[in-house]
Design a protein around this ligand. Structure first.
Ligand SMILES: Cc1cc2nc3c(=O)[nH]c(=O)nc-3n(C[C@H](O)[C@H](O)[C@H](O)COP(=O)(O)OP(=O)(O)OC[C@H]3O[C@@H](n4cnc5c(N)ncnc54)[C@H](O)[C@@H]3O)c2cc1C
Ligand code: FES
Length: 371
């Protein structure tokens, strides 16, 4: 992944512990920074002399905002977010990768009713999606349910209110505060299944088909996803973005019930590959071919990182789809994941996620090109 030095040109306080950073795009790399709604970048900052890298979603919308913006909420005790929120100033430089990620699918065949559910800083990619949808005027309508702690914790409050006023028939904005002040007249308390049902009302199957985008803590997203499935939404129409990194996948617990075998397109899935104590993996990436020796139980992504090969990744838990690769020879075994964004068709075409997959057999070949 190429990195670019971008200068912070504006820092905006959005809420108690959250600020947006507007970055100046390099004049020499405009194509690299063409982005899709809700993509994210890796940000590398020098904190007390040491590099620290984390992912941040773009809260700006392509074709709508003239600025390129990230929005960071401070995590107490965290390495990078307190630095970005408290110490970075206008004129400072940050190392940024090109935008990546496939959270939002902008190619829908027909107008949809978008159900956006965000909590805390999870509003960041949803704000990008929301602005993009409203600007496109394709006949879509949007309901945004946004959970915050209290009034001063609502990120983008004035911009969201302005969008609701300027798009009365197309945007329904519902704030839910868990600890509001005494003056709050809106929704207060926890967002639970009963409240979601009440806020959305009966599902009208004759109305625009619903599609949901969720971003917030994992427990929040699981609750919303379960409730929406009970409402009748197809799980493939419920997309989520997780901000929390999981521990690297350990190969020890992998067995057939928790994994799926992925082979090149057109190859029988049960084609046998000899068991091997040592595997060899050929990787096609950034126009080059590299041969590496993954260790027992090591994921493809972990092996690439150990070899300092710059493979795309973010969540490391199978949700962001950044690390998609195509199996071209041999077989890999991928940990199943309840909320995984790959389809059966993807698996049939040999698509795997490097962060969840291990090589099976003596040798395999995967490509990160044109996936
Ligand atoms: C695809 C993606 C997009 C993201 N987009 C955004 C964004 O738009 N805005 C944003 O503010 N953050 C975003 N994040 C989260 C961000 O990458 C960092 O994880 C977060 O800022 C904490 O980093 P840190 O270095 O301050 O904390 P760390 O030093 O990584 O962690 C410190 C402690 O906080 C816990 N922790 C880590 N992240 C969180 C969290 N999000 N909430 C609560 N506890 C946490 C850790 O488990 C650890 O115990 C995104 C993450 C991903 C994977
Ligand atoms: S790194 Fe996010 S799916 Fe693999």
């Amino acid at each position: 992944m190429a990195r670019h030095s971008l200068m912070v040109v504006d820092k905006i306080r959005e809420a108690d512990d959250t600020c947006s950073l507007r970055l100046q795009l390099p004049p020499d790399a405009p194509d690299d920074f063409c982005y899709r709604p809700a993509q994210f970048v890796h940000v590398r900052g020098m904190v007390d002399g040491a590099p620290v890298e984390r992912s941040y979603s773009l809260s700006s919308a392509p074709g709508v905002d003239s600025h390129f913006q990230l929005t960071v909420k401070k995590v107490e005790g965290g390495a990078l977010s307190p630095f970005l929120v408290e110490r970075v100033q206008n004129g400072d430089w940050l190392e940024i990768t090109e935008p990546q990620g496939r959270f939002f699918d902008e190619n829908q065949a027909q107008p949809r009713h978008y159900l956006l559910f965000g909590a805390g800083s999870g509003i960041s990619p949803l704000f990008s999606i929301l602005k993009w949808l409203l600007a496109k005027d394709r006949g879509d309508i949007v309901t945004l349910v946004y959970a915050s702690r209290c009034e001063t914790g609502i990120i983008f409050r004035s911009e969201l209110d302005a969008l609701a006023v300027s798009h009365p028939g197309r945007l329904r904005l519902i704030h839910v505060l868990s600890r509001p002040s005494g003056n709050w007249t809106g929704e207060a308390g926890r967002l639970d299944a009963e409240r979601i049902g009440r806020l959305l009302g009966e599902r009208n199957v004759a109305a625009l088909p619903e599609i949901a985008y969720l971003c917030g803590p994992d427990a929040f997203m699981s609750l919303v996803a379960e409730t929406l499935e009970q409402r009748g939404l197809d799980p493939r129409d419920i997309r989520h973005e997780s901000f929390v990194m999981a521990d690297a996948v350990s190969g020890d617990s992998l067995d057939d019930e928790t994994t799926v075998r992925i082979v090149p397109a057109g190859t029988p899935a049960d084609v046998s590959v000899p068991h091997a104590p040592q595997t060899e993996l050929t990787v096609e990436i950034d126009g080059e071919e590299r041969v590496i020796l993954p260790r027992a139980g090591e994921t493809i992504l972990a092996a690439l990182q150990r070899e300092e090969i710059d493979a795309p990744f973010s969540c490391q838990e199978g949700t962001c789809l950044s690390c998609m690769c195509r199996v071209e020879e041999g077989a890999v075994r991928m940990r199943r994941h309840d909320l995984i964004g790959l389809t059966r068709e993807d698996l049939g075409e040999g698509i795997a996620l490097a962060c969840l997959s291990r090589v099976e057999g003596v040798r395999a070949r995967v490509s990160f090109e044109d996936v």
